[in-house]
Design a protein around this ligand. Structure first.
Ligand code: SAH
Ligand code: SF4
Length: 394
């Protein structure tokens, strides 16, 4: 570029036209909200302050009504109401398990529905959120994988799941009350429906909002993104989100992983492990979680456990063993408790934490991999599922 080239204009000074119809403020990053306010007529020099005020109302106090934003003038509130809305997904049904797990079916624009699960634990609680309606991938043991993808969720629909859960848990502080450190919703896992790394920007923006120090304020150490292994997006996740990473590993040979997690045919075990080696350093996280679903006679032998240890050598890791959650028509069985324990023991003796995940909310079909939207239209037949799993004729 020549020394005389014009100085690039700051993007925030470019007036932007708002799309027709009111814009939802939920899900906009601070920068995007600033742009939107300016495009709606807010003076540029005031915009940053206004974002700060509105942000706090929405994400710190849980307010959805402009009229309750008492530090904005009446005239400004009226302007805001004309141009903007503060909308979260609508809760259609809410089920509570005997173990306290709550499952919400929420409706998003277009009438699609996704599931959100809240899992209470001793002194904390985890919210399992969805990133897509359905999933384009077809992991043969996963209920969501039998549903055709309908669409990606917007950042507003992703962070909106957190807002509706806080509503239901009655977890918004009294307006003006000092920050309270007790958290019913203390952790987020992106382990609901969908492949988060196939919806990268929206997931990133939503998680940035969750981590913002002025609002929901969750540390990046309390957010875990689970991926089936979208290798090209892993470095970006470390650099642009920096959350904890979980990998749906599930097999120790390419032959078996190809059948269980078909994305393995695109990026195999060696390529995946290569991408993982630099993750902890770049994201400054301690270790990667390897999720491993225990399927009877498929991936649960002592030999598998030993191969797993060899594969992950050199990667700071924890192995999370997930007893398979069966669903109607599933082509697999859960490994026996003794088998799971023996497998865990081999891994533990090699120096890795190997917790066995306790299935939660089984009575309300809220367990990992059982989520499936009620709006699902194209259910694959059992034969199709089995054919894709390479089990046909067995
Ligand atoms: N698409 C992402 C995140 C959603 S799935 C991913 O695949 O990682 C969240 C976790 O549940 C994954 O580890 C997935 O492999 C696991 N899972 C899916 N179906 C399951 C089932 N029926 N039983 C146990 N775990 C399952
Ligand atoms: Fe999609 Fe994850 Fe289910 Fe695979 S396990 S089908 S990637 S939701």
């Amino acid at each position: 570029m020549s020394a005389n080239a014009p100085i690039t204009q700051d993007v925030h000074t470019i007036p932007r036209k708002l799309p027709d119809g009111p814009v939802n403020l939920v899900g906009l990053t601070r920068d995007a909200m600033r742009d939107a306010l300016i495009a709606a007529g807010t003076a540029e020099k005031q915009a940053k302050m206004r974002v700060g005020q509105i942000w706090q109302w929405i994400y710190q106090w849980g307010v959805r009504d402009f009229d309750a934003m008492t530090n904005l003038s009446k005239a400004y509130r009226a302007e805001m109401k004309e141009k903007f809305v503060i909308e979260v997904p609508e809760v259609v049904t809410r089920n509570v398990s005997t173990d306290g797990t709550r499952k919400y079916l929420v409706r998003i624009a277009g009438g699609h529905e996704v599931e959100v699960v809240y899992i209470p634990e001793e002194g904390r609680g985890t919210l399992c959120i969805s990133s897509q309606v359905g999933c384009t991938l077809t992991c043969s043991f996963c209920h969501t994988g039998t549903q055709k993808l309908v669409r990606n969720l917007t950042a507003g629909e992703i962070i909106g799941q957190v807002l509706v859960a806080r509503d239901d848990l009655d977890e918004w502080p009294e307006i003006g009350a000092p920050k309270d450190e007790t958290r019913l919703l203390s952790n987020i896992v992106l382990m609901g429906m969908g492949e988060p790394l196939y919806n990268f920007e929206n997931v990133r923006d939503a998680m940035k909002i969750a981590m913002d120090p002025e609002g929901i304020q969750l540390s990046r150490r309390r957010i875990t993104l689970s991926t089936s292994g979208v290798v090209p997006e892993i470095a970006r996740t470390a650099a642009e989100i920096g959350c904890q990473l979980a990998i749906s590993f599930h097999a120790t040979t390419d032959e078996v992983r190809d059948r269980l997690v078909p994305i393995n045919k695109r990026w195999n075990i060696a390529e995946l492990l290569d991408a993982l080696r630099t993750y902890p350093k770049v994201s400054n996280s301690e270790r990667i979680t390897f999720e491993y679903v225990m399927l009877q006679g498929v991936n649960d032998s002592d030999e598998d456990a030993r191969r797993l240890i060899k594969l992950i050598d050199g990667i700071p890791a924890k192995i999370n063993l997930i007893p398979f959650n069966e669903w109607p028509g599933a082509p697999y069985k859960r490994s026996s408790n003794n088998r799971i324990r023996a497998f865990a023991d081999i891994i533990y003796k090699a120096g890795y934490a190997s917790p066995i995940r306790t299935p939660r909310g089984e009575d309300i079909m809220a367990a990992c991999g059982q989520l499936k939207s009620a709006t699902e239209r194209a259910r694959k037949s059992r034969r199709q599922i089995e054919a894709e799993a390479g089990l046909a004729g067995e």
